[in-house]
Ligand binder design. Structure first.
Ligand code: 13P
Ligand code: SF4
Length: 305
């Protein structure tokens, strides 16, 4: 079967079986083309709540599928490839954060959405990279314990100087591996290009950037800008998608290593198999986990607008 034939079969099956396909922007183009909704983590979380279908297929990583399940417990939620996880989401467990809460009882625990459902049960409010600053500013408490990404946390702390933000030492192994030297070299090599980076990059990289934002933020900025050249400091598929969308502009990679193997583990054939009912993994969460964990997602949507 050609890619087009596989895509046509997926389109037919998803209609027949009442399936909504959600795909994060880090997925490959051929997957985005068969999705009903694409976007960053925040957009996908909001979409999950409104999709009318009885089955949702998440092409992304496990915590994204868990978020859909929490928001729509009555739906069948399938993670297209069961091995697709976010290593950052697994960095802390419930016990460690519970102990930290005992150490810092006056702090509001703000969790990046890249956390497991289990961890969310002990957090107060979730944020995504596109909503973090707005949400933290709206929290009444001055004291914030921000988990698990210290780079995103440092970015938020800089934008919210009135808050007292405590960070923990976690983060994305893909974005955090980019060095300042790589950013300096890329800027020297492309002196007319603007540097756009994800806040999961280290602060010493982010401070060289012309724009810092979520995956959708970076894409919108580049599409709308009058500038013609950009160095993309997030997962390399974003540079590819932008090049496709804006053929008259030039997009350079900040680092060839900015590849999320987990996001990339989902293939178009995985999507086809899931639509045929014989692939992926159905997400199961206990009613107690859902009741407890969904509170911080609901709070995120309430404060994030
Ligand atoms: P976004 O919120 O920008 O989609 O980021 C998700 C993610 O995992 C980035 O690495
Ligand atoms: Fe997780 Fe990083 Fe991959 Fe995003 S890029 S899913 S934060 S490992």
């Amino acid at each position: 079967m050609t890619i087009k034939e596989v895509q046509n079969e997926i389109m037919r099956l998803k209609k027949e079986n009442d399936i909504c396909i959600l795909a994060h922007s880090y997925e490959a183009r051929e997957i985005l083309e068969v999705a009903d909704f694409t976007g960053d983590s925040y957009a996908l979380s909001k979409m999950a709540k409104t999709a009318p279908n009885k089955t949702v297929l998440m092409c992304g990583v496990r915590f994204m599928a868990e978020t859909v399940k929490m928001l729509s417990p009555e739906k069948r939620v399938i993670l297209s490839n069961p091995i697709a996880c976010c290593p950052m989401a697994e960095q802390f467990d419930k016990e460690i954060i519970t102990q930290m809460k005992e150490m810092y009882p006056d702090y509001t625990v703000v969790a990046y959405i890249n956390t497991t459902a289990e961890l969310k049960t002990v957090c107060d409010v979730c944020v995504t990279s596109s909503s973090a600053v707005q949400i933290v500013n709206k929290i009444e408490n001055k004291n914030i314990l921000f988990i698990p990404d210290c780079n995103l946390g440092a970015f938020v702390a800089k934008q919210c100087p009135d808050k007292n933000i405590k960070l923990v030492h976690g983060g994305c192994p893909v974005h955090a591996a980019v060095t300042r030297k790589q950013a300096e070299d890329a800027k020297k090599l492309h002196p007319n290009a603007e540097l756009l980076v994800h806040p999961e990059c280290q602060p010493q990289v982010a401070e060289l950037a012309d724009y810092i934002g979520s995956t959708s933020g970076i894409m919108n900025y580049a599409v709308k800008s009058d500038k013609k050249e950009f160095i993309i400091g997030t997962e390399n598929s974003i540079a590819e998608h932008l090049q496709y969308q804006c053929p008259d502009k030039k997009f350079y990679l900040l680092s060839k290593s900015l590849i999320c193997e987990n996001m990339k583990s989902t293939t178009l054939i995985d999507v086809l198999n899931c639509c045929r009912g014989n692939g992926g993994e159905e997400i199961e969460l206990s009613p107690e986990t859902i009741t407890q964990a969904v509170k911080c997602i609901d709070k995120m949507i309430e404060l994030g607008g």
